[in-house]
Write a protein that binds this ligand. Structure first.
Ligand code: ADP
Ligand code: MG
Length: 392
């Protein structure tokens, strides 16, 4: 890897400016899900253990360069202190004085960086000001690495820089899945719309051996083949694009797996009356809400022969039963193969992670990315500014 980790840095006695993502959900002043806080603990603990002083920097919400009291990061201090098992200090005004007052063994959190307009502008002056607060820069916010902001990009070029533990884990998992993967590689791309995942599909067909297209976007591909998809969610203006992707896949020897049978219903609702029909036989007044059992079997066979899986987007309307069946079946199989050491499985995306949790499969996946946008951009083959800056 081209970037350094905490192991490469001399941390003792050093102020370690650490970019984290603690943009957690809050209701009535209380953190309701501390997953993101849990994920940064290894980095903070390792800095402390090496005698360094962690100075945490983060954003919270979208205050657009202004001080918005409701978006103060102070709200996460109790949850952060509890998770770390020590008191976390907070700096909302004079950062320099708070940093100077920080003793060894203590942790400091700076106020929402996005209160300053320089943060999102990647302004050199703001980065230079931040740089005076630390001796070493550590980026542990992979989920913010697709944005070139002062704390993710410019600052990394001003101080000796390294990746934190979470960043390291994300990058290693993604590199293992798409960079230098064990073949055959299968990608599963589903979800609602082709238009949001176009670049993703375009990149994947050149890199993977099997590409399963599911969910609403499969309907657009069926329509592109002249199939009437009735009232299904489909983007008819995208059919040319879908045909281009199929042609690109063929040229790259990528095996595209589209549904051969589908589960249709007359309404988008739980337990709606439904039937399974061939993919080209959706009734005019019905909509496709899931892949059928024959499709599930085709996916299962390809998956059993794959060594690596990368997954974004559910195969059907997984929120409503029984249209979660195809997603659940593939998720459970991937979990079993991973548990048996036969498959490297990496998944990401808000709804995807929810679907894998619902199928009780997430815990057996090799890696679940919590980075929504950054994960997608990485899968699209883009260079992430925050990662590039670490590479120097
Ligand atoms: P992620 O958040 O993991 O990137 P998406 O947001 O792209 O995933 O897609 C998830 C959404 O796609 C879910 O809300 C799901 O209901 C919807 N979806 C999947 N298949 C269908 C379908 N056949 N018809 C309508 N919506 C679907
Ligand atoms: Mg989503």
């Amino acid at each position: 890897m081209a970037w350094k980790t905490l192991d490469d840095m001399q941390l003792a006695g050093k102020r370690v400016l650490t970019r984290v993502d603690v943009n957690v959900p809050v209701a009535d002043g209380v953190v309701t899900d501390d997953t993101r806080i849990q994920r940064i603990l290894p980095t903070v603990r390792d800095i402390l253990a090496a005698g360094g002083k962690p100075i945490l920097m983060a954003h919270f919400g979208r205050p657009k360069g202004k001080v918005v009291p409701e978006m103060s990061l102070r709200v996460v201090v109790p949850a952060l202190s509890k998770a770390l098992g020590c008191e976390v200090k907070f700096a909302d005004g004079n950062y320099g004085a708070a940093v100077d007052a920080l003793a060894e063994g203590e942790v400091l959190l700076l106020e929402n960086l996005r209160f300053n307009p320089g943060e999102e502008k990647n302004a050199p002056e703001f980065a230079a000001r931040l740089a005076t607060l630390g001796d070493i820069y550590c980026n542990d916010a992979f989920s913010a690495a697709h944005r070139a902001h002062a704390s993710t990009e410019a600052l990394a070029r001003l101080l000796p820089a390294c990746a934190g533990r979470l960043m390291q884990a994300e990058l290693s998992a993604l590199e293992g899945a798409l960079g230098t993967p064990k073949r055959p590689v299968m990608a599963v791309v589903g979800g609602a719309k082709v238009s949001t995942k176009l670049e993703l599909l375009g990149n994947l067909v050149e890199k993977v051996d099997h590409l399963v297209i599911g969910g609403g976007m499969a309907n657009t591909f069926l329509a592109a083949q002249g199939i009437d998809v009735g009232k299904s969610l489909a983007e008819h203006e995208m059919t040319d694009t879908a045909r281009d992707i199929l042609a690109k896949a063929k040229a790259a020897n990528c095996n595209v797996i589209l549904p051969s049978d589908v589960v249709v219903a007359r309404e988008f609702a739980a337990n709606a009356a439904n039937e399974t029909v061939a993919a080209d036989a959706c009734p005019a007044d019905a909509m496709i809400l899931d892949a059928g059992p024959e499709s599930v079997a085709t996916i299962a066979e390809a998956l059993a022969n794959s060594k690596t899986l990368i997954w974004n987007g559910p195969l059907g309307a997984f929120e409503i039963q029984p249209f979660d069946a195809a997603t659940n079946a593939a998720a459970k199989q991937a979990a079993e193969l991973s548990r048996a050491g036969k498959l490297i499985s990496v998944a990401g995306g808000g709804d995807t992670v929810a679907a894998l949790n619902k199928a009780d499969a997430a815990k057996d996946f090799t890696y679940i990315s919590t980075a929504g946008g950054a994960f997608l951009e990485w899968m699209e083959g883009k260079t992430l500014p925050g990662v590039a800056a670490l590479e120097g």
